[in-house]
Design a protein around this ligand. Sequence first.
Ligand SMILES: [Fe+2]
Length: 284
Amino acid sequence: MKLVGGLGTSHVPAVGAAIDTGQQADPYWAPYFEKIEPARRWVADADPDVCIVVYNDHASAFSLELVPTFAIGVGSRFGPADEGYGARPVPDVEGHPELAWHLAESLILDEFDMTIVAELEVDHGLTVPLSVMYDQPDRWPCRVIPICVNVVQYPPPTGKRCHELGRAIRRALESYDGEDAATLTVMVVGTGGMSHQLQGERAGLVNPEFDAAFLDQLVAEPEQGRLRPHVEYLREAGSEGIELVMWYVMRGALDDDVREVYRQYHVPTSNTGNGLIVLENAGD
Ligand SMILES: [Fe+2]
């Protein structure tokens, strides 16, 4: 197994809609899609066999009747969810059950109590990052293992817990001895955020200074950054900014020392601070 790197990205639904409806060259969208082009080239070069995509479900597969803090999709196929406007016209996501079951076993024995999900429809939280990375292919070029994190129903897990989950994922990857272990290439993707608030008096809040500082600390000082309390995310990054804790799962899967390969930040894409970062282990 080779870990080719980590990628963090917002999962703004409007970005998916822009791709689905062919608006990428429109004046509103063109600057954003120009900015993500270097990341798309990096992903194409890295060409991972498997992406572990850390995302949150937005009341598509789970509801307030059942809210797992951490869940893992172990199925062989995950269809795109209908989020109210029909399912996105994107391919089904193909899983990697052998590696997913290994991850589930390793993580649970490593004391992360994952909910095991055999059947799962994936919403924009997972499919938009795939579109950010791969545009609109007939078939996704990688297999995907979905890792869901609850950031919808209070209390979500801490940044520290997410960072430690990432480290446990790394340990699990390194102990994988499946048939394809010798040649398998893996990328870990953290999604969500950045600053945004969808309701209340501060609806539309975007805080570029906070988002930049978050990324700086994610790269260089994760031991400090992971301790940021929930209330600080709420105050500085808005009521939906807590999604950023999921980027710490990605960060934890990488070495302590990483190289920042690429970063972009763009406003506006609907009402969100839209960021993306590509990291590689410094020793690679
Ligand atoms: Fe989200």
